[in-house]
Design a binder for this molecule. Structure first.
Ligand code: ACO
Length: 320
């Protein structure tokens, strides 16, 4: 059996903040941001929460899949920005949907989170343990930004995407994933302060810090390689793929991957210009957009790829 995506959904916060809006509150410009990243705007959660956007996206995905919440066996939420440390985001979503028969847990693999969740779903489905799985990628990264650091805060946004995955006999699924914890320092965010009767430690830097050039080099080296590995597993060539849905970090990274794979940019849809980088939510939001734009044809082969903090990376080839 293999995992088949039966429905998708997405949700963005109402507040849309353009590069020009940011130029009014910090020393930056549309020209700088757009020319280096491809980002034109991002959505920032004010009223919305990671959970509320997840639930909205999940309802759309369930509706398209024609599956009731009670039929779900499992919910995996990929996030690095849940609203609370406890309960897990996935359990909040389970409660809001009334998915009373599902187990639920969160998964954190940063920007690779949704692809890792998809590989996890495939493993459960292949083993016969579960049939109907809800996957979510959701973030409110705006709360992890140092809004005085123009080199990071202009890059990220908030939002959620979801996919309902069901067990199918037809089609293919191939997935690879990897991590290199020795390079964790190039993209980091501090944890909570330790302050209890036995120890006290100064808080780490509480906001996202990034060595952009190192992340860039890592991405253009690793992403084509892991896509090629997944394609080899599936016995396919890049030409056999109708769409490549890549994590939306930077337009230049996407162009470099397209060039390395020898494929035209038309096969690489983007939502960066409107959403910025939404970590684990980027891939499922892009997937939902491609689905609703009618760019995914049943029976066609699609690649999804994520990469990010950890460092982590992963790619999946599947039949739509
Ligand atoms: N507006 C105006 N100027 C800026 C801004 C800004 N928002 N941010 C930085 N600058 C300035 C810097 O201060 C610096 O000025 P200086 O030369 O006077 O010191 C200059 O621009 C160049 O700064 P760099 O950091 O060297 O900029 P670079 O050309 O490397 O571009 C970027 C930065 C876009 C992040 C690039 O490194 C990149 O594309 N990295 C890829 C990583 C990425 O996309 N990460 C996203 C998150 S990670 C993930 O999702 C996997």
């Amino acid at each position: 059996m293999r995992a088949r995506i039966a429905g998708t959904g997405s949700s963005l916060p109402r507040l849309r903040v353009t590069n020009d809006d940011l130029g009014k509150i910090m020393d930056t410009s549309d020209e700088w941001i757009r020319s280096r990243t491809g980002i034109g705007a991002r959505h920032i959660a004010v009223e919305e929460t990671t959970a509320s956007m997840s639930v909205a996206a999940a309802k759309q995905a369930l509706e398209e899949a024609g599956i009731q919440a009670e039929e779900l066996d499992l919910i995996i939420a990929a996030t690095l920005t849940p609203d609370h440390i406890l309960p897990p985001l996935s359990c909040e979503v389970q409660s809001a949907l009334g998915a009373s028969n599902a187990a639920a847990y969160d998964l954190c693999a940063a920007c690779s989170g949704f692809v890792f969740a998809l590989n996890t779903a495939q493993a459960y489905i292949q083993s016969g343990m579960y049939q109907n799985i809800l996957l979510i990628g959701a973030e409110t990264l705006s709360k992890l930004m140092d809004w005085t650091d123009r080199s990071t805060c202009v890059l990220f946004g908030d939002g959620a995407g979801a996919a309902v995955v069901t067990a199918a006999k037809e089609g293919l699924f191939a997935g690879v994933q990897g991590s290199d914890g020795t390079k964790g320092g190039v993209l980091s965010c501090g944890g909570r302060q330790v302050n209890h009767p036995f120890a006290s430690r100064q808080p780490e830097h509480p906001y996202v810090r990034m060595n952009g050039q190192e992340v860039y080099k890592f991405a253009v080296r690793t992403v084509p390689k892991c896509i090629e590995q997944a394609l080899a597993q599936a016995d396919l060539q890049p030409e056999d793929i109708s769409l490549f849905l890549l994590h939306q970090a930077n337009q230049r990274i996407i162009e470099a991957v397209a060039k390395r794979l020898g494929q035209p940019m038309e096969k690489f849809p983007v939502c960066l210009a409107e959403c910025g980088n939404i970590s684990a939510a980027s891939v499922p939001i892009l997937l939902d957009k491609a689905n609703r734009d009618g760019r995914l044809k049943r029976g066609g082969q699609v690649v999804l790829a994520g990469f990010g903090a950890g460092l982590t990376w992963g790619a999946v080839v599947l039949t739509w």
